[in-house]
Design a protein around this ligand. Structure first.
Ligand code: CTP
Ligand code: MG
Length: 577
């Protein structure tokens, strides 16, 4: 009974949170003002998605005609064009109306197309059919004398791709032309971070799922989390989505002074085992998405995982989606990372460079496995920034201490996700003045010497602990402290990380020295950060200057490479001289 009561209480708390989110009109304002807090950011983007539709067109040139047609439903305040590459380029225009009602009117006007098979589904994803009697969309209606025609502010059609990363060559040339490593780090961040359109598209994918099932499940909510919203996402990152049924957003909203309704929805009795029930529900949702939802394809069910997920590809958004129903702590973890990114402007650019370096060395890999994940790597960066003599980030414990009653969040499984959300109240001020290139080098040096063999990392306390088990790498999960975030990492991968951080430290040290030369005197075209991103085959094992090499512990791979190196340059320095 106690368990049931606690569960009910937790559901109430989550509901309160959801209601607060959706009724926060100020959220949109906070979003356009800049510097929104996490709740405002999420709510603002959700409201923005409700005001938007995505229309497939034959080309960018259809914009004038589309604008003219769609203006009958309301006032269009923004338009973004993007392409998805298949055999041919598929063109889409995301239109933003000034209100959700206007977008809903456009969606509701949607007709079924007799030529196409399939069950029509109400969704923000639409197709702009050629006008009757025309072979294709009219290209330039601006010379039309009809006074009812709305002439679009053509300059306002933003043609920024939200689906792909900047062309690699263009990025490399930007980095080559930078003035300093510091600037390279900033440029890499600016050019590879998830852009505005990328965020809009992800919130539309979430809204599509939510709206598709809202008829039957009035309380359903699909919330994006992970790198799509925590500020550490790069262009093309996947969308992590959590589907919940305990909010109050879809159905009739209760105003604050109103007594609770006495008419309660009947429900089906729950299965006794919550996990197998979730798996059954997910299986069913997986089928529904697969069979009915426009754009959804390649649906895969991974239901035996610790957190069961449904993976799918969204072909109108060129987006990979991971849908879960039971990972609320992951949602709050995204909030923690978002706050860390907001606390100091160096945090995100630094993390982007480190994630890029790890990708270039093959330490990370888009598919899950025994290698370090981007999330674990991000935790390593956060911990590094916490443990500096002059910390750049506070411990999570300090955030927990600053919590007020309004910050209380407990998931239905009883996981306490309470921490202070108000950064002013947390009152953390860093006195650390290191530059980004200094921090990058310090990061590599720090993990060159970190004793992964015996020590675990705690972001809650901002210090190392004794390792509680034999995992190769141990990072205490900040919100579920009995779990290890990096449990999947094998000994071999952990060793590879150690080898690569040593290499990186060695390379960067000489790059920092060289970067003081004026640009004209630099010998190499590839310099600074770019040398960290070289392909692993090109990376060589350097004698280490910071510490004694631990030859006994290193993997075969390292020994083999080391022997090759010895035969070409003689014995490595032991660092003792
Ligand atoms: N998460 C967590 N504990 C884990 C793994 C993930 O709390 N052991 C949460 C984190 O909030 C993480 C989110 O789930 O951000 C999504 O996980 P994942 O997709 O693996 O990482 P992302 O941060 O989204 O990074 P990526 O861009 O590689 O997808
Ligand atoms: Mg992700």
């Amino acid at each position: 009974m106690n368990n049931l009561m606690r569960r009910a209480q937790n559901v109430q708390l989550w509901r309160k949170y959801c209601v607060k989110q959706y009724t926060t009109e100020a959220a949109s304002a906070a979003l356009s003002r800049g510097k929104p807090n996490y709740d405002e950011f999420i709510a603002g983007r959700q409201v923005q998605a409700q005001r938007s539709i995505v229309v497939q067109v034959s080309s960018e040139k259809s914009y004038s005609e589309l604008y003219n047609y769609c203006s009958r439903f309301g006032s269009i305040v923004g338009a973004h064009h993007y392409c998805v590459r298949h055999d041919d380029d598929l063109h889409y225009i995301l239109l933003e109306y000034s209100t959700a009602h206007e977008a809903a009117a456009a969606i509701d006007s949607g007709a079924t197309n007799g030529d196409l098979s399939g069950v029509p589904v109400r969704s923000p994803f639409l197709w702009f059919k050629a006008a009757p009697g025309k072979r294709g969309p009219k290209l330039a209606p601006n010379n039309n004398n009809n006074n009812n025609i709305h002439h679009p502010p053509t300059s306002d059609l933003q043609s920024v791709d939200g689906t792909r990363q900047l062309d690699q060559e263009a990025l490399l040339s930007q980095l080559r032309g930078a003035e300093s490593i510091e600037q390279q780090v900033q440029l890499l961040h600016r050019h590879t971070q998830l852009n505005d359109l990328g965020v809009r598209m992800r919130f539309l994918a979430a809204l599509q799922v939510q709206q598709a099932i809202s008829g039957m499940f009035p309380a359903a909510q699909a919330h994006p989390f992970g790198s799509s919203v925590n500020g550490f996402g790069k262009m093309g990152c996947d969308l992590d989505l959590i589907l919940r049924f305990d909010g109050e957003t879809g159905g009739r909203k209760q105003s604050s002074g109103e007594p609770p309704s006495r008419l309660i929805y009947h429900t089906k009795e729950n299965l006794s085992n919550g996990r197998s029930q979730t798996q059954r529900h997910m299986e069913c949702f997986g089928d529904m998405l697969h069979l009915f939802l426009p754009g959804v394809c390649h649906v895969r069910r991974i239901l035996q995982a610790r957190v069961p997920i449904i993976k799918y590809h969204h072909e109108h958004l060129n987006l990979e989606v991971d849908l879960s129903m039971s990972n609320l702590s992951g949602f709050y973890m995204s909030e923690l990372l978002y706050m860390f990114g907001e606390i100091d402007s160096r945090v995100r650019p630094l993390t982007f460079s480190i994630r890029r370096w790890a990708q270039a060395c093959g330490l990370t890999n888009p598919s899950p496995g025994r290698w370090i994940s981007n999330f674990s790597l991000t935790c390593l960066v956060m911990y590094f920034l916490q443990q500096l003599r002059q910390p750049i980030l506070p411990t999570i414990g300090a955030l927990v201490k600053a919590a007020e009653a309004k910050d209380v969040r407990v998931t239905e499984d009883g996981i306490n996700c309470t921490f202070g959300r108000d950064l002013e109240r947390v009152g953390f001020q860093s006195r650390n003045t290191s530059s980004l290139s200094e921090l990058l080098l310090q990061f590599f040096e720090f993990y060159s010497q970190f004793d992964f063999h015996n020590r675990a990392i705690s972001l809650n306390e901002g210090r190392q602990l004794s390792k509680p088990d034999h995992s190769a790498m141990y990072i205490v999960n900040p919100l579920e402290q009995l779990l290890n975030v990096s449990k999947n990492v094998s000994l071999e991968e952990c060793e590879r990380l150690r080898i690569e951080v040593r290499n990186a430290a060695w390379i960067l040290e000489s790059e920092v020295e060289n970067s003081s030369l004026p640009q004209s005197e630099r010998q190499e075209e590839t310099w600074g950060l770019l040398n960290l991103f070289k392909h692993p085959e090109k990376a060589i094992i350097r004698p280490n200057m910071f510490f004694k090499p631990r030859m006994v512990e290193v993997s075969d791979l390292f020994e083999e490479k080391h022997q090759q190196l010895q035969s070409t340059i003689g014995p490595a320095s032991t660092g003792e001289a």
